[in-house]
Design a binder for this molecule. Structure first.
Ligand SMILES: C[S@@+](CC[C@H](N)C(=O)[O-])C[C@H]1O[C@@H](n2cnc3c(N)ncnc32)[C@H](O)[C@@H]1O
Length: 240
């Protein structure tokens, strides 16, 4: 049985791939790429195309992970995709599974790893960490995520607003990930939770790509034009 290597591909700029990630990708016979829709190019794959060893001509396999909340659909997807991966590994090839950013943060890999460990314990798994989008973002806008005794919360944008407010009351830096179209919903409640108008407000979409947009304002300056309209968005609000 050959190993499976999960590669964290970083936030978008191929120059932010780790040396270890590049080595694993160049050594791969098969590259497995998660995508949200049939026929849609995997974002993780688009990050790594320039480093593939073309003389090796690796096989590229797209696996669809639909963006739905229905538990049954999700579980059957994880089961089916884990089985497909296990079948490829059984063929004795070097197999790499790609994820955007780091594999341990809101990634399809988390579910695949859980399935593989439960049903195919003979597969030896290696995970190569990647640069997390929110850290790439912090370096772009020139802010710290946390300093001294500050606390940080990471919130996915499919939130329970009362929970966000309770978290915000006890936190210095709030990092919002996932769908930017919902980010505007939390501005009033952050103010109610004690974030002053001077708080740092930074927002970005598609970091590290040609579509990149990055803005830094104060919370008091935010208007509806400040927001992004993409799934690949990050918003950071930090107490001052
Ligand atoms: C499914 S999560 C994956 C997070 C990823 N594993 C990481 O370590 O950053 C996808 C979310 O990460 C954030 N994200 C990842 N890469 C990004 C980028 N290049 N630009 C903006 N947001 C990004 C967005 O909030 C996006 O909706």
């Amino acid at each position: 049985m050959t190993d499976l290597v999960c590669v964290g591909c970083g936030p978008g700029d191929p120059d932010l791939l780790t040396v270890k990630a590049v080595k694993a990708i160049r050594n791969a016979d098969v590259i497995i790429c998660p995508t949200s829709k049939e026929g849609k190019t995997s974002i993780a794959y688009s990050i790594i195309t320039s480093v593939i060893d073309s003389s090796k001509k690796p096989e590229i396999i797209n696996l669809v992970f639909p963006m739905v909340k229905d538990k049954e659909t999700l579980e059957s997807t994880w089961e089916r995709n884990a089985q497909a991966i296990a079948n490829v590994i059984k063929s004795g090839k070097n197999v790499v599974y790609l994820t955007v950013g780091d594999p341990s943060l809101y990634s399809t890999w988390i579910y695949i790893q859980r399935e593989l460990k439960a049903k195919y314990p003979e597969i030896k798994i290696t995970v190569i960490p990647g640069i997390v989008s929110m850290f790439a973002f912090a370096s772009k806008v020139g802010i710290s995520i946390a300093e001294g005794d500050e606390t940080v919360a990471v919130i996915p944008a499919c939130y329970d607003l009362s929970r966000v407010k309770e978290t915000a009351k006890n936190c210095d830096t709030m990092i919002f990930l996932k769908d930017g179209r919902y980010f505007d919903q939390v501005i009033t409640l952050l103010k109610e939770a004690g974030f002053s108008d001077n708080s740092i407000f930074a927002i970005a979409q598609d970091i590290g790509t040609d579509e990149e947009i990055v803005k830094k304002l104060t919370l008091g300056e935010v208007t509806k034009d400040a927001f992004t309209n993409k799934y690949f968005s990050i918003m950071v609000v930090k107490r001052v």
